[in-house]
Design a protein around this ligand. Structure first.
Ligand code: PXL
Length: 281
């Protein structure tokens, strides 16, 4: 069985980060080791959330793992609370990276043209550095704008996206994938660039007219879970994009739909079935 390490916070209430990554990746048949970077009472879209930073645990925990000789097929980082923690991830990559370890960085820090409350431009610059050390990064357009210095636009064409992909590639990442890319009316999806072959790939599905918290974490978790099941990157992107859109639709049908996250618990069995079908192809 493949084993991945995912490093991100625990937002106790709120359906995001580790409370999404752990169940989703495990359900996809991949051993999921977690390294919590902080414990928050809720995610940061709630007012008055509490935070206990766990940066001082990262060193001792990983030292123990090194002594045990643990290895990982992939390392997936998500929301990291501070610049210091991003620095700790650079050390962690050095400590655990082997020829076969896939480093997947989701530089969670912004959306809809704005940085999340806890972050500033220094944080964005440090995140760009971490992205440079990754095999695959999956920023949204806002995050990419902050990391490349490009203007954030809501209306754009393919040349804007391709330039963004090129500038992200300049950070040093092997494969860059932009999420939330809409190249025609009523559609949304992802566009990626393999910097080694210069090849672009695009996947567009029907846009669901709702934006939900935690959906980026669902997308990333499904994507890394699919890659660990030996799907190709375009196949993994398609599975992740379709599943995320489907889960938003199912959530919208729930009369008691929570505002703070999506009902992935209702759709995980279907994800597992779709993954099994994709593996047979
Ligand atoms: O879903 C991303 C995320 C993860 N963790 C925390 C967050 C957010 C987004 O706001 O606040 C604590």
């Amino acid at each position: 069985m493949k084993r991945i390490l995912t490093v991100q916070d625990i937002s106790c209430f709120g359906k995001c980060s580790l409370t999404v990554a752990l169940p989703v990746i495990s359900a996809m048949g991949v051993e999921t080791v977690i390294l919590p970077t902080a414990v928050l009472s809720t995610h940061t879209m709630f007012q008055g959330f509490t935070v206990k930073d766990l940066s001082d645990q990262i060193g001792p925990v990983t030292e123990h793992w090194k002594k045990e000789g643990f290895t990982f097929d992939a390392i997936y980082t998500g929301y990291l609370g501070t610049e210091e923690q991003i620095g700790q991830m650079e050390q962690l990559f050095d400590d655990f990276r082997t020829e076969n370890t896939l480093i997947f960085v989701d530089p969670v820090m912004a959306d809809n043209g704005k940085l999340y409350p806890a972050f500033d431009m220094n944080y964005a610059r440090k995140n760009a550095e971490l992205c440079g050390r990754a095999d695959i990064i999956v920023p949204n357009i806002t995050e990419a704008a902050f990391m490349t210095g490009m203007e954030y636009r809501t209306k754009y064409d393919e040349s804007y996206i391709k330039e963004m992909l090129d500038r992200l590639a300049d950070l040093g990442t092997k494969t860059v994938v932009l999420t939330g890319v809409s190249l025609s009316e009523g559609k949304t999806g992802v566009m990626g660039l393999n910097t080694q072959t210069g090849e672009h790939f695009l996947y567009q599905n029907d846009k669901v007219d709702a934006s939900y918290h935690g959906t980026g974490d669902i997308f990333s978790s499904v994507c890394i879970g699919a890659l660990m099941n030996d799907l190709s990157l375009p196949e993994a992107m398609k599975l992740a994009a379709d599943y995320t859109a489907h889960t938003i639709r199912v959530t919208l049908e729930n009369p008691e739909k929570p505002w703070y996250g999506v009902d992935f618990e209702a759709t995980v069995p279907e994800l597992v079935r779709t993954l099994e079908e994709a593996k047979k192809r």
